[in-house]
Design a protein around this ligand. Structure first.
Ligand code: ADP
Ligand code: DP6
Ligand code: CO
Length: 325
């Protein structure tokens, strides 16, 4: 195939990945667990080309050198596996804000991995595709299988993602700032590992929370899933804030959402807040409560248009002609 198009959706972690054990192989310091969304798809087309170097069009504009370099590094790996040296033209469209802490690197590299593997003729199963996507962005590994996914820590062969059984869940996305974060997840992770005195404690804490989360998912215990989700998110932001110089992703607007969610619980509406590396907050709840949560976020925290998401599909190939969304 000389051209292939794929769609993938962002995923939001309930137990976070924060820190690598190996940068080159993109192996995580701990396992993590997420829900892939059924909203905000990324569509990426990869076409082998006769030009001298790779090109990347992102969201309708020529990519920056940094964005292109990251894609070329990933394509180099694909080309090495395929025994092919031809450059590619990559065209990608995110519907989620790019670099805002809503997992554009996850949908972006899951779609790129799926399209590039097909274009260069790699025949990979879900496990191996999730290992490949991991090399582009760690969190992208979890957007390959779909639904609620666990990404295992381990060596190159063992560090893949797979779907796990979970009770019905919904997420309500509270976008407080769609702008690009001042420091990328990758860079912030490096600084956390190098300078945060809390990082050594974060690893066993997250590993323990992941075990409890897996058990809560198997038991269908939404309350426990929610409690573990909110506590793990706040611990991640604590370890990040402990960096030197400090990194603070959560803003006053984020805090208003966390407060509104605590208020919902006090009034018997079960909801739990989480946030990735950015100011935007995602609220985990039961599907039947999602509309009430969204309405309360608007009323209590001034969120203009909360978006309700259910578990979404894994990454898949498309013929490239249909509309996004
Ligand atoms: P986010 O919170 O959105 O995941 P990150 O800091 O992890 O933010 O990653 C943002 C970076 O991911 C972008 O600067 C760009 O390099 C890369 N990226 C995002 N979307 C795409 C895409 N569709 N195709 C290729 N690279 C992408
Ligand atoms: C806070 O996967 O974006 O969203 O592997 O360097 O590309 P790289 O980082 P990335 O980090 C995601 C961090 C997080 C938590 C999570 O998604 O688990
Ligand atoms: Co990311």
């Amino acid at each position: 195939m000389t051209s292939a198009t794929a769609i993938a959706h962002p995923n939001i972690a309930l137990i976070k990945y924060w820190g690598k054990a190996d940068e080159t192989l993109s192996l995580p310091a701990t396992g993590s667990l997420s829900m892939t969304l059924d909203v905000f798809p990324t569509r990426t087309t990869v076409t082998v080309d006769d030009t001298a170097r790779d090109t990347l069009q992102l969201n309708g504009r020529a990519a920056t050198e940094g964005e292109l370099a990251r894609v070329t590094k990933f394509l180099d790996l694909v080309r090495e596996l395929a025994g092919d040296t031809r450059p590619a033209a990559v065209v990608s469209e995110n519907t989620v804000p790019t670099g805002a802490g809503l997992a554009s690197s996850a949908s972006g590299f899951a779609a790129l991995a799926t399209a590039a593997a097909a274009t260069y003729g790699l025949d990979l199963d879900t496990r191996d595709l999730s290992r490949l996507a991991r090399r582009g962005s760690g969190s992208a590994s979890r957007s390959i299988p779909g639904g609620v996914a666990i990404w295992h820590a381990g060596d190159d062969a063992a560090s893949f993602s797979e779907t796990v059984a979970a009770p019905p869940l919904a997420m309500v996305i509270a976008t407080v700032d769609a702008g690009e974060k001042p420091i990328s997840s990758r860079e912030a992770m490096r600084r956390t590992i190098a300078t945060s005195p809390f990082f050594p404690a974060w690893i066993p804490s997250t590993a323990a929370s992941l075990e409890l989360m897996v058990a809560a998912c198997a038991a269908g215990d939404v309350t426990r899933i929610g409690e573990l989700t909110e506590s793990n998110a706040l611990r991640m932001h604590a370890v990040i804030q402990g960096s030197e110089p400090p990194i603070r992703y959560l803003t006053a607007a984020s805090t208003r959402v966390f407060d509104a969610v605590a208020g919902m619980r006090a009034h018997g509406l079960e909801a739990y807040a989480t946030a990735d590396a950015g100011p935007n907050v995602v609220v985990l709840t039961r599907p039947e409560d999602a509309a009430a949560v969204a309405a309360t976020l608007t009323a209590e925290a001034g969120i203009a248009e909360p978006v309700i998401a259910l578990p979404g599909p894994g990454a898949y190939l498309v013929d490239g002609s249909e509309a996004l969304r």
